[in-house]
Design a protein around this ligand. Structure first.
Ligand code: DX5
Ligand code: ZN
Length: 209
C-alpha cells in the first residue's frame, strides 16, 4: 500500500486550517510537517505552537520532519503538539542511537532521515530500532527543487537492508519520479509543490497510481 504525505510547506499559510481540511478530504494518508530552524537548514518554517493549532483539523497521521539541530532538545514539545511520527536527521544529532531511544520512550513512531550526501551505511547500525527511513531526494530546506536521481539507488539499498521498514522519499516527487521510487521499494511519498500547485485530489491519486 502506497501512502501519500502532502508537505504543508507548499500550503497557503494564511489559511492553514482550511488547507489541512482540504488536503485530508482529498485523500492524504499523512500530513507531512516540515520543521526548519534556520540552522540545520537555511530556512525557517514553524514549530510546535503552529502544529498544535492545526491538530484538531484532521485525524490524519502527523508526520513531523525535524530539520533542526540537536532535535533531542524538543522531542517532548512535538509529542505534546500532536506528532504521530517524529523523524530526525542522522546528521543533526551527535548521539543518534540515544535520540532514537528518547523518541521511542514517548508513544510515537520514529524515523531517521539522510541527506543526499549521506550514505545509507550511516544508518545501518540503527535500522532495526526505527519505524521509518526518510530518504531526502533533494537537499533539505525548500520545496520545489529537482529530484536527485541517485536517490533511487539509496532506496534500493535501504530496501535490501529491511523488507518491512517504511521507506519515505521527500523532495521533487511528481508522477514521474514517484513511479521510480515505488519500483525501487519506497512505500511513502512526500510531495509539496506537485500536490499544492494542482487539484489536490487529482494529484494525490495520480501519485498513487
Ligand atoms: C524539503 C522538505 C520537503 C519539501 C518537499 O526540505 O523536507 O518536505 O516540502 O517539497 P517538494 O515536493 O516541492 O520538493
Ligand atoms: Zn520534509
Amino acid at each position: 500500500m502506497i501512502k501519500i504525505a502532502p508537505s504543508i510547506l507548499s500550503a497557503d499559510f494564511s489559511k492553514l486550517g482550511e488547507e489541512i481540511i482540504a488536503i485530508s478530504n482529498a485523500g492524504a494518508d499523512y500530513i507531512h510537517i516540515d520543521v526548519m530552524d534556520g540552522n540545520y537548514v537555511p530556512n525557517i518554517s514553524f514549530g510546535p505552537l503552529v502544529i498544535k493549532s492545526i491538530r484538531d483539523k484532521t485525524d490524519k497521521i502527523f508526520d513531523v520532519h525535524l530539520m533542526i539541530d540537536k532535535p533531542e532538545r524538543y522531542i517532548k514539545e512535538f509529542v505534546d503538539a500532536g506528532a504521530d511520527i517524529i523523524t530526525i536527521h542522522a546528521e543533526s544529532t551527535v548521539h543518534l542511537h540515544r535520540t532514537i531511544q528518547l523518541i521511542k520512550n514517548f508513544d510515537v513512531k520514529v524515523g531517521v532521515s539522510i541527506n543526499p550526501g549521506t550514505p545509507v551505511n550511516n544508518i545501518s547500525q540503527i535500522i532495526n530500532d526505527i519505524d521509518m527511513v526518510l530518504i531526502m531526494s533533494v537537499n533539505p530546506g525548500f520545496g520545489g527543487q529537482n529530484f536527485i536521481e541517485f536517490s533511487i539507488d539509496k532506496i534500493k539499498e535501504v530496501r535490501a537492508l529491511s523488507k518491512s521498514i517504511d521507506i519515505e522519499v521527500d523532495g521533487g516527487i511528481n508522477n514521474e519520479t514517484a513511479k521510480k521510487c515505488i519500483t525501487a521499494g519506497a512505500n511513502i511519498l512526500v510531495a509539496g509543490s506537485y500536490i499544492f500547485n494542482g487539484d489536490y485530489e487529482e494529484r494525490i491519486s495520480s501519485l498513487k497510481d
